[in-house]
Design a protein. Structure first.
Length: 416
């Protein structure tokens, strides 16, 4: 592992120079969306400045340049997650759309009345609502793998019990956006496969932060968002094994996704284009490509190690403060947890915490984090505050957050 040169990385992110409320910005909300390096911003500028054209249509040079850049980005994304080829890479808007596409296409074909669909209690709404909708449409049954007593990890006994019902699909997050838990999706998926289930991994919080190898995980589907991994908004990826994609019907029809169209019949384009109707998010693909280049240059293993280092430091500092609780595995029970730390300060609403942080130039998130069953039912809080780290964060920014907690406690006259 190579220690990150965080100062040089930070110089690539223009936004880190802005002042917020008169302070140097401390951005601790990368789980919501990451900041963008100049290389990504510039790639989009270059596209519009030098080779803007529609793709897959024109036979002039400008169109070829745009097509090569867009299609080339898929090769990069395929390598980034170790897919077999770009045929397995479908561009969508984001993780949410990727999972909805699976539910609408694969789900419509394969889920029947009385079938079981399995998710876990720690899912983001993106990996819950599409399954609930599908279950309702099909009169299928949505089941949940319970969390263990600590309310931080998957209960493996519950997983095994639920798998006895032979669900048709298991959809689970790789890394929780609330708890920071990293699920062993390879082991979980292998158990699910033994019961004949397809396995979908929600990689929204893993692909940006750690090396991902979809072939090693052996998942059938893997979904992630460009905007959480230094790329632009509006571009995300659905990876799926080629034979499964081949068996799935398209959901959205129009230009580019067809091979032939007659008045009353069509044939579909090759993978992955069969799932991408209409003009693509060309700037998105180009920006994502630059983001992948950037991440590869820094090294995903190095990024992961850097975040673990900061997270360990933050957890240690938080554990030294009274009246603060952290929701998620502690470092001893899960040293490989991610850099997402949800916390509460006794007697203070998380929105007040976030407002006071904001007054000190620190951006954190407060709310149910689109995981209401987890936050409101299991953690039993209406909302929690959350800080999340990325490659550009430093330990002194953790110190600023710790100072902000002291300020919150002072304002609300809490503890010592
Ligand atoms: C675990 C997880 N899944 C899915 C999503 C949805 O991502 P998007 O809003 O980019 O579709 C998020 C976003 O925060 C997430 O954290």
């Amino acid at each position: 592992m190579k220690r990150l040169d965080v100062e040089s990385i930070r110089r690539d992110f223009p936004i880190l120079n802005v002042k917020m409320r008169g302070h140097d910005l401390v951005y601790l909300d990368s789980a919501a969306t990451s900041q963008k390096p100049v290389q990504v911003i510039d790639s989009i500028y270059q596209y519009y400045t030098n080779y803007n054209a529609n793709i897959h249509r024109g036979i002039y040079e400008l169109a070829e340049l745009a097509t090569d850049a867009y299609d080339g980005s898929k090769d990069k994304v395929a390598k980034f997650i170790n897919a077999n080829s770009m045929e397995e890479i479908v561009y969508v808007m984001n993780t949410t759309e990727a999972i909805n596409l699976v539910a609408l296409s694969w789900g419509e074909e394969n889920i029947k009345e009385g079938d079981h669909i399995l998710i876990s209690e720690m899912e983001h709404h993106s990996n819950l609502v599409p399954w609930l909708l599908l279950a309702n449409r099909k009169k299928a049954i949505l089941d949940y793998i319970k969390l263990d007593e600590s309310k931080t990890m998957i209960d493996m006994e519950s997983l095994k019990e639920e798998l006895e019902k032979d669900p048709k699909i298991l959809a689970i997050s790789h890394s929780s956006n609330v708890l920071g838990t990293i699920n062993d999706v390879k082991a979980i998926g292998s158990l699910a496969h033994k019961h004949g289930a397809k396995v979908l991994v929600d990689g929204a919080q893993s692909a940006p932060h750690m090396p991902v190898d979809v072939r090693d995980i052996d998942c059938d589907f893997f979904a992630f968002s460009g905007h959480k991994m230094l790329g632009p908004t509006g571009i995300g990826t659905l990876y799926a094994k080629k034979d499964i994609l081949n068996s799935m019907p398209p959901v959205i029809g129009g230009g580019d996704m067809i091979r032939t169209v007659e008045k009353y019949a069509c044939t579909w384009n090759d993978l992955p284009w069969k799932f991408e109707a209409g003009t693509s998010n060309i700037e998105g693909g180009i920006g994502l490509s630059a983001a992948v280049d950037y991440l590869n240059k820094v090294g995903m293993g190095n990024i992961y190690a850097h975040e673990r280092d900061i997270t360990e430091y933050a957890l240690k500092r938080l554990s030294e403060i009274s009246n603060v609780s952290v929701f998620g595995p502690d470092y001893n029970s899960m040293p490989n947890r991610s850099g997402v730390i949800s916390f509460a300060i006794e007697g203070v609403h998380p929105h007040d915490i976030a407002s006071i942080f904001d007054s000190m130039g620190i951006a954190i998130r407060a709310g149910h984090h689109c995981a209401m069953p987890l936050v409101t039912e299991l953690i039993n809080e209406a909302a929690v505050a959350r800080m999340s780290f990325y490659l550009y964060n430093r330990k002194d920014e953790v110190d600023r957050a710790i100072d902000a907690i002291a300020e919150v406690k002072k304002i609300f006259k809490i503890g010592r």
